[in-house]
Ligand binder design. Structure first.
Ligand code: LLP
Length: 404
């Protein structure tokens, strides 16, 4: 994705043309970027030959998942809907892991019927529920237990999941108890230790601490885990810099702490695979001036892209057509939703804008569309996938008649 003669292109397609053809707000993804991210992920962990299970929650578009599947990736799902979507996209159930603290009876039954690779369980009650279903079906079910390693992921507090106060996983004591419980069970086959300490992690330190805890606990329980599922969480830079997560260090740490156990490593990446593949194209509806700033009122709102309102996340905003004329007033980019948090960012020196101009909100491929809603009874945008000069409608714009 880049400017060619001051026009923003997604691969070989001028994004202005897309806006004209499909209207705005519009999600648009680059296949080339997706391919690059997946190949990099595989290459960066090549010494581990892991099973890579794409976290469907980050982007649950069927056509995107279909593309991801072609690279041999499995799926990490957290609901029956995501499991159905992963299977519909052609992902083999023996590459699917099911995470989440509150899987219902119906969801567990469905997962067991589909014979997925692992149900990563997060409580004793859930393990017992699985056991009950397994017994009624006279089946042995493969599970993992999610450990809460009490590790600070040093990320946004709202997306941190591995500290002792967090609802996720079980603590060390409960983990050890569950290992002995499952050893005695006729219907449960414990195969995996799983963790996921948070998202948008940029440093190796939190991972290193997490790995140390896993290492200590595995040697304590003295149990052979076929799999160690390290979850996702690898961060990307949302700024226009070249900062990258240091994969080599992480791989080294994994080998150092877990290599000796000869367990197959599983990763559940979401953001690192899809975040920078997507943009959201939006049009300026109005510009409203007050004494100190100009409100740039966009046709995309927090229902289309929730991250800024929900986490204070910052996404770069750039013009679709570059000019050399800059404004002296601060631009505050806001959506049309009736909420004060419906604000994307404030930018001091932006190029001069006028009503109807088109803008691009960057890096929205992960937790962008998947977190969108019909709030204010607005229909969801279309999603377009670009492959070279090919334009694929990955999902049609929702019609108002679908929701009214
Ligand atoms: N595995 C589990 C069990 C998870 O809970 C998650 C994300 C992932 C894998 C994928 O993590 P990733 O590689 O994408 O960091 N909505 C927030 C992010 C929430 C992440 C939830 N769990 C955001 O927009 O930043």
């Amino acid at each position: 994705m880049k400017y060619i003669n001051n026009n923003f292109f997604v691969e070989k397609v001028n994004s202005k043309k897309l806006a004209k053809k499909f209207d705005t707000p519009l999600y648009c993804y680059s296949y080339e970027k997706l391919k690059k991210n997946i190949n990099n992920f595989i290459l960066n962990f090549s010494k581990l030959s892991p099973l890579i299970c794409f976290a469907i929650k980050s982007n649950s578009n069927l056509n995107i998942i279909r593309e991801i599947k072609k690279f041999g990736l499995g799926a990490d799902v957290v609901s029956k809907g995501e499991l159905m979507q992963a299977i519909k996209a052609g992902i083999s159930p023996n590459k699917i892991v099911f995470s989440g603290v509150g899987k219902t009876y119906t969801e567990l039954k469905y997962a067991i019927d589909k014979k997925i690779l692992l149900i990563n369980s997060e409580s004793k009650s859930e393990v017992k529920q699985i056991e009950k279903i397994a017994k009624s079906k006279k089946k042995i079910v493969d599970i993992g237990i999610r450990l809460n390693p009490n590790t600070d992921a040093k990320t946004l507090s709202k997306i941190s999941t591995g500290k002792k106060g967090d609802k996720f996983g079980v603590d060390e004591k409960a983990f050890i108890e569950l290992v002995s419980y499952t050893k005695k069970s006729k219907y449960i086959n414990l195969r995996c230790l799983s963790v996921h300490i948070g998202s948008q992690i940029f440093k190796n330190k939190p991972y290193e601490r997490m790995l140390k805890v896993i290492d200590r606990i595995i040697s304590k329980v003295d149990f052979k885990f076929d799999f160690i599922d390290l979850g996702g969480g690898i961060g990307i830079s949302y700024k226009n810099d070249n900062k990258k997560f240091n994969y080599a260090n992480y791989q080294k740490s994994i080998i150092k702490h877990l290599g000796k156990y000869n367990s197959k490593i599983i990763f559940e990446p979401g953001r690192s695979i899809v975040a920078n593949t997507g943009i959201l194209i939006s049009k300026i509806i109005y510009i409203k001036k007050n004494q100190s700033k100009n409100f740039i009122i966009l046709d995309a709102g927090m229902n289309d892209l929730m991250r800024p309102a929900l986490y204070g996340a910052k996404h770069r905003i750039i013009p679709i057509n570059k000019t050399n004329k800059f404004s002296n007033t601060t631009y505050e980019f806001v959506g049309p939703i009736c909420e004060s948090t419906d604000k994307f960012s404030s930018i001091k020196k932006f190029q001069k804008l006028k009503e109807k101009d088109l803008l691009i909100i960057c890096d929205v491929g992960a937790y962008g569309f998947s977190l969108s809603s019909n709030y204010n009874l607005r229909s969801k945008p279309a999603e377009i996938l670009i492959k070279g000069s090919r334009i694929i409608v990955a999902k049609k714009r929702q019609k108002l008649s679908d929701i009214i």
